[in-house]
Ligand binder design. Structure first.
Ligand code: HEM
Length: 401
Protein backbone atom coordinates (compact mmCIF):
# COMPACT_ATOMS: atom_id res chain seq x y z
CA UNK A 1 0.00 0.00 0.00
CA UNK A 2 1.14 3.54 -0.77
CA UNK A 3 1.67 5.13 2.65
CA UNK A 4 2.01 8.87 3.20
CA UNK A 5 0.70 10.02 6.58
CA UNK A 6 2.16 13.50 6.26
CA UNK A 7 0.73 14.88 3.02
CA UNK A 8 -1.18 18.00 4.07
CA UNK A 9 -3.08 18.05 0.78
CA UNK A 10 -4.49 14.58 1.44
CA UNK A 11 -5.90 15.71 4.81
CA UNK A 12 -7.23 18.85 3.12
CA UNK A 13 -9.22 16.85 0.59
CA UNK A 14 -10.18 13.74 2.57
CA UNK A 15 -9.51 14.04 6.29
CA UNK A 16 -7.36 11.49 8.13
CA UNK A 17 -6.09 8.61 5.93
CA UNK A 18 -8.18 5.91 7.65
CA UNK A 19 -7.59 3.23 4.98
CA UNK A 20 -3.83 3.56 5.27
CA UNK A 21 -3.99 3.64 9.06
CA UNK A 22 -6.14 0.48 9.16
CA UNK A 23 -3.65 -1.27 6.87
CA UNK A 24 -0.79 -0.23 9.16
CA UNK A 25 -2.59 -1.48 12.30
CA UNK A 26 -2.95 -4.87 10.65
CA UNK A 27 0.41 -5.12 8.93
CA UNK A 28 3.00 -2.73 10.40
CA UNK A 29 1.69 -1.19 13.64
CA UNK A 30 5.03 0.49 14.35
CA UNK A 31 5.99 1.59 10.86
CA UNK A 32 9.25 3.16 9.70
CA UNK A 33 7.71 6.08 7.82
CA UNK A 34 10.12 7.52 5.28
CA UNK A 35 11.06 11.20 5.47
CA UNK A 36 10.82 13.71 2.68
CA UNK A 37 14.17 15.34 1.96
CA UNK A 38 12.61 17.94 -0.35
CA UNK A 39 10.33 19.27 2.37
CA UNK A 40 12.91 18.74 5.11
CA UNK A 41 10.99 16.00 6.95
CA UNK A 42 13.10 13.30 8.57
CA UNK A 43 11.70 9.79 8.85
CA UNK A 44 9.76 8.72 11.94
CA UNK A 45 8.08 5.71 13.53
CA UNK A 46 4.32 5.84 12.97
CA UNK A 47 2.57 4.22 15.96
CA UNK A 48 -0.99 3.25 15.10
CA UNK A 49 -2.27 0.69 17.68
CA UNK A 50 -4.15 1.79 20.81
CA UNK A 51 -1.95 -0.21 23.25
CA UNK A 52 1.27 1.15 21.72
CA UNK A 53 0.06 4.76 21.77
CA UNK A 54 -0.84 4.31 25.45
CA UNK A 55 2.61 2.85 26.20
CA UNK A 56 4.40 5.73 24.48
CA UNK A 57 2.19 8.33 26.18
CA UNK A 58 2.67 6.92 29.68
CA UNK A 59 6.44 6.45 29.59
CA UNK A 60 7.82 10.00 29.53
CA UNK A 61 11.12 8.51 30.73
CA UNK A 62 11.46 6.51 27.49
CA UNK A 63 9.60 8.86 25.14
CA UNK A 64 10.42 12.50 25.68
CA UNK A 65 8.26 15.50 24.82
CA UNK A 66 11.14 17.93 25.09
CA UNK A 67 13.61 16.65 22.52
CA UNK A 68 13.14 17.50 18.82
CA UNK A 69 10.09 19.66 19.08
CA UNK A 70 8.62 19.97 15.63
CA UNK A 71 6.03 17.45 14.55
CA UNK A 72 7.64 16.46 11.28
CA UNK A 73 10.01 19.12 10.02
CA UNK A 74 12.93 20.38 12.06
CA UNK A 75 12.21 24.03 12.93
CA UNK A 76 15.00 26.59 13.02
CA UNK A 77 16.25 27.09 16.58
CA UNK A 78 14.97 30.70 16.85
CA UNK A 79 11.40 29.60 16.09
CA UNK A 80 11.65 26.88 18.70
CA UNK A 81 12.46 29.18 21.58
CA UNK A 82 8.80 29.76 22.53
CA UNK A 83 7.85 26.16 21.91
CA UNK A 84 10.63 24.86 24.12
CA UNK A 85 9.32 26.79 27.09
CA UNK A 86 5.75 25.46 26.85
CA UNK A 87 4.50 22.84 29.28
CA UNK A 88 3.38 20.63 26.39
CA UNK A 89 7.00 20.38 25.29
CA UNK A 90 8.53 19.53 28.65
CA UNK A 91 9.23 16.34 30.56
CA UNK A 92 8.91 15.56 34.25
CA UNK A 93 10.09 16.96 36.63
CA UNK A 94 9.94 20.43 34.91
CA UNK A 95 6.53 19.60 33.56
CA UNK A 96 5.21 18.19 36.87
CA UNK A 97 5.58 21.42 38.81
CA UNK A 98 3.80 23.51 36.22
CA UNK A 99 1.10 21.00 35.60
CA UNK A 100 0.20 20.76 39.27
CA UNK A 101 -0.01 24.57 39.46
CA UNK A 102 -2.40 24.82 36.51
CA UNK A 103 -4.43 21.76 37.52
CA UNK A 104 -5.85 23.95 40.29
CA UNK A 105 -7.85 25.92 37.72
CA UNK A 106 -9.26 22.92 35.84
CA UNK A 107 -10.79 20.54 38.36
CA UNK A 108 -14.01 18.79 37.32
CA UNK A 109 -15.80 20.84 40.00
CA UNK A 110 -14.57 24.15 38.65
CA UNK A 111 -15.44 23.14 35.12
CA UNK A 112 -18.86 21.89 36.23
CA UNK A 113 -19.56 25.32 37.65
CA UNK A 114 -19.31 26.70 34.10
CA UNK A 115 -22.21 24.59 32.83
CA UNK A 116 -24.87 27.29 33.20
CA UNK A 117 -22.70 29.81 31.43
CA UNK A 118 -21.94 27.36 28.60
CA UNK A 119 -25.65 26.61 28.23
CA UNK A 120 -26.42 30.34 27.98
CA UNK A 121 -23.81 30.75 25.24
CA UNK A 122 -25.28 27.79 23.31
CA UNK A 123 -28.79 29.25 23.52
CA UNK A 124 -27.51 32.64 22.42
CA UNK A 125 -25.76 31.11 19.37
CA UNK A 126 -28.88 29.11 18.48
CA UNK A 127 -31.08 32.23 18.82
CA UNK A 128 -28.84 34.07 16.38
CA UNK A 129 -28.76 31.13 13.95
CA UNK A 130 -32.55 30.75 14.06
CA UNK A 131 -32.96 34.39 13.20
CA UNK A 132 -30.84 33.92 10.06
CA UNK A 133 -32.21 30.61 8.72
CA UNK A 134 -28.95 29.37 7.23
CA UNK A 135 -25.53 29.75 8.80
CA UNK A 136 -22.07 28.33 8.71
CA UNK A 137 -21.90 25.82 11.54
CA UNK A 138 -18.17 26.36 12.07
CA UNK A 139 -18.08 30.14 12.04
CA UNK A 140 -21.40 30.73 13.78
CA UNK A 141 -21.63 27.90 16.34
CA UNK A 142 -18.62 25.58 16.69
CA UNK A 143 -15.97 28.31 16.74
CA UNK A 144 -17.63 30.91 18.98
CA UNK A 145 -18.52 28.46 21.76
CA UNK A 146 -14.98 27.48 22.86
CA UNK A 147 -13.73 30.95 22.02
CA UNK A 148 -16.23 32.63 24.35
CA UNK A 149 -15.49 30.05 27.05
CA UNK A 150 -11.72 30.58 26.82
CA UNK A 151 -12.24 34.36 26.91
CA UNK A 152 -14.32 33.87 30.04
CA UNK A 153 -11.58 31.74 31.63
CA UNK A 154 -9.01 34.35 30.75
CA UNK A 155 -11.22 37.24 31.80
CA UNK A 156 -10.66 38.70 28.31
CA UNK A 157 -13.11 41.48 27.36
CA UNK A 158 -15.77 40.81 24.70
CA UNK A 159 -14.14 43.23 22.25
CA UNK A 160 -10.97 41.10 22.21
CA UNK A 161 -12.75 37.95 21.00
CA UNK A 162 -12.14 38.60 17.28
CA UNK A 163 -8.49 39.26 17.88
CA UNK A 164 -8.08 36.01 19.84
CA UNK A 165 -10.07 34.13 17.18
CA UNK A 166 -7.71 35.33 14.44
CA UNK A 167 -4.57 34.55 16.41
CA UNK A 168 -5.78 31.08 17.12
CA UNK A 169 -6.57 30.46 13.42
CA UNK A 170 -3.19 31.74 12.33
CA UNK A 171 -1.36 29.52 14.78
CA UNK A 172 -3.18 26.32 13.99
CA UNK A 173 -3.80 27.07 10.31
CA UNK A 174 -0.20 28.01 9.55
CA UNK A 175 -0.21 25.51 6.66
CA UNK A 176 -3.60 26.58 5.33
CA UNK A 177 -3.65 29.46 2.85
CA UNK A 178 -7.12 30.54 4.06
CA UNK A 179 -5.77 31.23 7.55
CA UNK A 180 -2.15 32.24 7.13
CA UNK A 181 -0.35 33.66 4.07
CA UNK A 182 2.77 31.77 5.18
CA UNK A 183 3.83 29.66 8.19
CA UNK A 184 5.61 32.70 9.72
CA UNK A 185 2.21 34.22 10.42
CA UNK A 186 1.65 31.46 12.95
CA UNK A 187 4.88 32.34 14.73
CA UNK A 188 4.01 36.06 14.73
CA UNK A 189 0.54 35.35 16.11
CA UNK A 190 2.08 33.31 18.94
CA UNK A 191 4.30 36.23 19.86
CA UNK A 192 1.25 38.53 19.95
CA UNK A 193 -0.73 36.17 22.19
CA UNK A 194 2.29 35.96 24.46
CA UNK A 195 2.41 39.75 24.79
CA UNK A 196 -1.36 39.87 25.30
CA UNK A 197 -1.12 37.32 28.13
CA UNK A 198 1.50 39.42 29.77
CA UNK A 199 -0.81 42.46 29.84
CA UNK A 200 -3.70 40.37 31.11
CA UNK A 201 -1.63 38.93 33.96
CA UNK A 202 -0.33 42.36 34.92
CA UNK A 203 -3.94 43.59 35.18
CA UNK A 204 -4.93 40.67 37.41
CA UNK A 205 -1.93 41.10 39.66
CA UNK A 206 -2.85 44.75 40.11
CA UNK A 207 -6.57 43.97 40.50
CA UNK A 208 -7.29 40.35 41.45
CA UNK A 209 -10.70 38.99 40.42
CA UNK A 210 -12.76 35.90 41.12
CA UNK A 211 -11.61 34.18 37.93
CA UNK A 212 -9.40 31.29 36.92
CA UNK A 213 -6.62 33.52 35.66
CA UNK A 214 -6.31 35.20 39.02
CA UNK A 215 -6.30 31.82 40.73
CA UNK A 216 -3.43 30.68 38.55
CA UNK A 217 -1.21 33.65 39.27
CA UNK A 218 -1.70 33.36 43.03
CA UNK A 219 0.55 31.03 45.10
CA UNK A 220 -0.81 27.55 45.92
CA UNK A 221 -1.09 26.08 49.44
CA UNK A 222 2.64 25.30 49.47
CA UNK A 223 3.48 28.86 48.41
CA UNK A 224 4.49 27.74 44.89
CA UNK A 225 3.52 29.96 42.00
CA UNK A 226 3.87 30.19 38.23
CA UNK A 227 6.49 32.71 37.15
CA UNK A 228 5.33 35.55 34.93
CA UNK A 229 6.84 33.84 31.92
CA UNK A 230 5.25 30.49 32.76
CA UNK A 231 1.87 32.13 33.09
CA UNK A 232 2.15 33.90 29.72
CA UNK A 233 3.15 30.65 28.06
CA UNK A 234 0.23 28.88 29.65
CA UNK A 235 -2.20 31.43 28.20
CA UNK A 236 -0.63 30.91 24.82
CA UNK A 237 -1.15 27.16 25.16
CA UNK A 238 -4.75 27.62 26.30
CA UNK A 239 -5.61 29.77 23.32
CA UNK A 240 -4.41 27.10 20.91
CA UNK A 241 -5.31 23.96 22.85
CA UNK A 242 -8.71 25.10 24.07
CA UNK A 243 -10.08 26.67 20.93
CA UNK A 244 -9.38 24.74 17.78
CA UNK A 245 -9.69 21.31 19.32
CA UNK A 246 -13.19 21.83 20.69
CA UNK A 247 -14.28 23.73 17.58
CA UNK A 248 -13.24 20.84 15.37
CA UNK A 249 -14.78 18.26 17.66
CA UNK A 250 -18.10 20.15 17.47
CA UNK A 251 -18.03 20.65 13.71
CA UNK A 252 -16.67 17.14 13.03
CA UNK A 253 -19.39 15.81 15.35
CA UNK A 254 -22.08 17.71 13.47
CA UNK A 255 -20.77 16.37 10.17
CA UNK A 256 -20.82 12.84 11.62
CA UNK A 257 -24.50 13.36 12.53
CA UNK A 258 -25.25 14.53 8.98
CA UNK A 259 -23.52 11.42 7.65
CA UNK A 260 -25.41 9.21 10.15
CA UNK A 261 -28.90 10.74 10.32
CA UNK A 262 -30.22 7.79 12.38
CA UNK A 263 -27.82 8.83 15.18
CA UNK A 264 -29.16 12.38 15.04
CA UNK A 265 -32.73 11.07 15.32
CA UNK A 266 -31.62 8.97 18.29
CA UNK A 267 -30.21 12.02 20.04
CA UNK A 268 -33.27 14.15 19.30
CA UNK A 269 -35.46 11.39 20.78
CA UNK A 270 -33.26 11.00 23.87
CA UNK A 271 -31.10 13.99 24.71
CA UNK A 272 -29.55 12.17 27.68
CA UNK A 273 -27.42 10.43 25.04
CA UNK A 274 -25.45 13.67 24.62
CA UNK A 275 -23.18 12.49 27.45
CA UNK A 276 -21.92 9.37 25.64
CA UNK A 277 -22.18 11.19 22.30
CA UNK A 278 -19.53 13.68 23.47
CA UNK A 279 -17.01 10.85 23.91
CA UNK A 280 -18.01 9.14 20.69
CA UNK A 281 -17.49 12.42 18.81
CA UNK A 282 -13.97 12.77 20.21
CA UNK A 283 -13.24 9.14 19.30
CA UNK A 284 -14.66 9.51 15.80
CA UNK A 285 -13.20 12.90 14.90
CA UNK A 286 -9.88 12.69 16.82
CA UNK A 287 -9.53 16.48 16.55
CA UNK A 288 -5.83 16.13 17.44
CA UNK A 289 -4.60 13.70 14.82
CA UNK A 290 -1.22 12.93 16.30
CA UNK A 291 1.57 13.93 18.62
CA UNK A 292 5.26 13.29 18.56
CA UNK A 293 7.77 12.03 21.12
CA UNK A 294 11.48 11.20 20.89
CA UNK A 295 13.03 7.97 22.22
CA UNK A 296 15.41 8.76 25.07
CA UNK A 297 17.17 5.38 24.77
CA UNK A 298 17.19 2.22 22.65
CA UNK A 299 13.92 0.48 23.48
CA UNK A 300 10.95 -1.33 21.93
CA UNK A 301 7.39 -0.39 21.03
CA UNK A 302 5.02 -3.29 20.40
CA UNK A 303 8.03 -5.56 19.82
CA UNK A 304 9.65 -3.17 17.31
CA UNK A 305 13.13 -1.96 18.25
CA UNK A 306 13.65 1.78 18.12
CA UNK A 307 16.88 3.69 18.74
CA UNK A 308 17.71 6.60 21.02
CA UNK A 309 16.70 9.91 19.39
CA UNK A 310 14.32 8.25 16.93
CA UNK A 311 11.22 10.31 16.30
CA UNK A 312 7.99 8.61 17.36
CA UNK A 313 4.61 9.86 16.11
CA UNK A 314 1.47 8.50 17.76
CA UNK A 315 -1.73 8.61 15.71
CA UNK A 316 -4.79 9.11 17.94
CA UNK A 317 -7.07 8.96 14.88
CA UNK A 318 -5.83 5.42 14.30
CA UNK A 319 -5.80 4.22 17.93
CA UNK A 320 -9.41 5.39 18.24
CA UNK A 321 -10.43 2.93 15.53
CA UNK A 322 -8.36 -0.02 16.73
CA UNK A 323 -10.33 -3.21 16.04
CA UNK A 324 -8.78 -4.88 19.09
CA UNK A 325 -10.29 -2.28 21.43
CA UNK A 326 -13.53 -1.14 19.83
CA UNK A 327 -16.35 -3.31 18.54
CA UNK A 328 -17.28 -2.04 15.07
CA UNK A 329 -14.80 0.86 15.20
CA UNK A 330 -15.99 2.17 11.83
CA UNK A 331 -19.51 2.71 13.20
CA UNK A 332 -20.45 6.08 14.71
CA UNK A 333 -22.51 5.01 17.73
CA UNK A 334 -23.49 7.77 20.16
CA UNK A 335 -24.48 5.25 22.82
CA UNK A 336 -21.04 3.57 22.86
CA UNK A 337 -20.25 2.78 26.49
CA UNK A 338 -17.60 2.07 27.67
CA UNK A 339 -15.61 4.13 25.21
CA UNK A 340 -11.90 3.91 25.98
CA UNK A 341 -10.91 6.33 23.20
CA UNK A 342 -7.67 8.25 23.54
CA UNK A 343 -8.64 11.43 21.70
CA UNK A 344 -7.41 13.41 24.71
CA UNK A 345 -4.09 11.55 24.77
CA UNK A 346 -3.04 8.10 25.87
CA UNK A 347 -2.75 9.01 29.56
CA UNK A 348 0.40 10.00 31.40
CA UNK A 349 1.84 13.39 32.21
CA UNK A 350 0.41 15.37 29.29
CA UNK A 351 -3.12 13.98 29.28
CA UNK A 352 -5.40 16.82 28.13
CA UNK A 353 -5.92 19.37 30.87
CA UNK A 354 -9.14 20.57 29.23
CA UNK A 355 -10.83 17.18 28.78
CA UNK A 356 -13.60 17.82 31.34
CA UNK A 357 -14.26 21.23 29.87
CA UNK A 358 -14.27 20.00 26.27
CA UNK A 359 -16.70 17.19 27.06
CA UNK A 360 -18.94 19.56 28.96
CA UNK A 361 -19.02 21.99 26.03
CA UNK A 362 -19.80 19.20 23.57
CA UNK A 363 -22.50 17.63 25.75
CA UNK A 364 -24.30 20.91 26.40
CA UNK A 365 -23.99 22.06 22.78
CA UNK A 366 -25.51 18.88 21.37
CA UNK A 367 -28.23 18.83 24.03
CA UNK A 368 -29.25 22.36 23.06
CA UNK A 369 -29.01 21.68 19.31
CA UNK A 370 -31.10 18.51 19.56
CA UNK A 371 -33.69 20.33 21.63
CA UNK A 372 -33.96 23.54 19.66
CA UNK A 373 -32.83 22.67 16.13
CA UNK A 374 -33.96 19.07 15.57
CA UNK A 375 -34.43 19.76 11.84
CA UNK A 376 -30.85 20.94 11.31
CA UNK A 377 -29.66 20.02 7.80
CA UNK A 378 -26.42 20.20 5.90
CA UNK A 379 -26.75 22.86 3.20
CA UNK A 380 -23.41 22.65 1.40
CA UNK A 381 -20.07 20.92 1.26
CA UNK A 382 -17.81 20.74 4.30
CA UNK A 383 -14.35 22.19 3.64
CA UNK A 384 -11.47 20.78 5.67
CA UNK A 385 -8.43 22.42 7.20
CA UNK A 386 -5.11 21.91 5.44
CA UNK A 387 -3.30 20.31 8.34
CA UNK A 388 -1.94 16.91 9.26
CA UNK A 389 -1.99 17.81 12.96
CA UNK A 390 -5.57 18.98 13.51
CA UNK A 391 -8.46 17.10 11.91
CA UNK A 392 -10.35 20.28 11.25
CA UNK A 393 -13.29 21.67 9.31
CA UNK A 394 -13.35 25.27 8.10
CA UNK A 395 -16.85 25.56 6.65
CA UNK A 396 -20.01 23.56 7.15
CA UNK A 397 -23.07 25.33 5.72
CA UNK A 398 -26.29 24.36 7.51
CA UNK A 399 -29.93 25.21 7.27
CA UNK A 400 -31.74 25.70 10.56
CA UNK A 401 -35.18 26.30 9.11
C1 HEM B 1 -3.11 18.41 25.78
C2 HEM B 1 -6.68 16.84 22.88
C3 HEM B 1 -9.58 20.41 24.48
C4 HEM B 1 -5.91 22.16 27.09
C5 HEM B 1 -3.83 17.68 24.86
C6 HEM B 1 -3.34 16.51 24.17
C7 HEM B 1 -4.33 16.09 23.35
C8 HEM B 1 -5.47 16.96 23.54
C9 HEM B 1 -4.30 14.90 22.39
C10 HEM B 1 -1.92 15.92 24.27
C11 HEM B 1 -1.91 14.70 25.14
C12 HEM B 1 -0.55 14.06 25.21
O1 HEM B 1 0.44 14.57 24.66
O2 HEM B 1 -0.45 13.02 25.86
C13 HEM B 1 -7.76 17.68 23.06
C14 HEM B 1 -9.05 17.51 22.39
C15 HEM B 1 -9.86 18.52 22.84
C16 HEM B 1 -9.09 19.31 23.80
C17 HEM B 1 -9.37 16.43 21.39
C18 HEM B 1 -11.29 18.83 22.50
C19 HEM B 1 -12.16 17.96 22.06
C20 HEM B 1 -8.85 21.18 25.35
C21 HEM B 1 -9.36 22.32 26.07
C22 HEM B 1 -8.31 22.83 26.79
C23 HEM B 1 -7.16 21.99 26.54
C24 HEM B 1 -10.79 22.83 26.02
C25 HEM B 1 -8.23 24.00 27.72
C26 HEM B 1 -9.15 24.80 28.07
C27 HEM B 1 -4.86 21.31 26.93
C28 HEM B 1 -3.54 21.54 27.54
C29 HEM B 1 -2.74 20.45 27.17
C30 HEM B 1 -3.56 19.59 26.33
C31 HEM B 1 -3.15 22.73 28.40
C32 HEM B 1 -1.28 20.21 27.55
C33 HEM B 1 -1.21 19.41 28.82
C34 HEM B 1 0.19 19.12 29.28
O3 HEM B 1 1.16 19.28 28.52
O4 HEM B 1 0.32 18.71 30.44
N1 HEM B 1 -5.15 17.92 24.48
N2 HEM B 1 -7.83 18.77 23.89
N3 HEM B 1 -7.53 20.99 25.67
N4 HEM B 1 -4.83 20.13 26.23
FE1 HEM B 1 -6.36 19.38 25.17
Amino acid sequence: MDIDLVDQDFYWRNGAPHDQLAWLRANAPVYAHPGDAERGWPGFWAVTKHADVVQVSRRSDLFSSSRKLALFNEMPEDQMALQRMMMLNQDPPDHTRRRSLVNRGFTPRMMGALEGHIRDICHELVDEAKGRGSVDFVRDIAAPLPLYVICELLGAPVEDRDKIFNWSNQMIGAEDPDYAADPDEGTNAAAEVYAYANTLAAERRAQPREDIVTKLIMPDAAGETLTEEEFDLFVLLLVVAGNETTRNAASGGMLAFFEHPEQWRRLVADRALARTAADEIVRWVAPVNLFRRTATTDTTIGGQEVKENDKIVVFYSSANRDEEVFADPGVFDIGRDPNPHIGFGGGGAHFCLGNHLAKLELRVLFEVLAERLPGLEQAGEARRLRSNFINGIKDLPVSVA
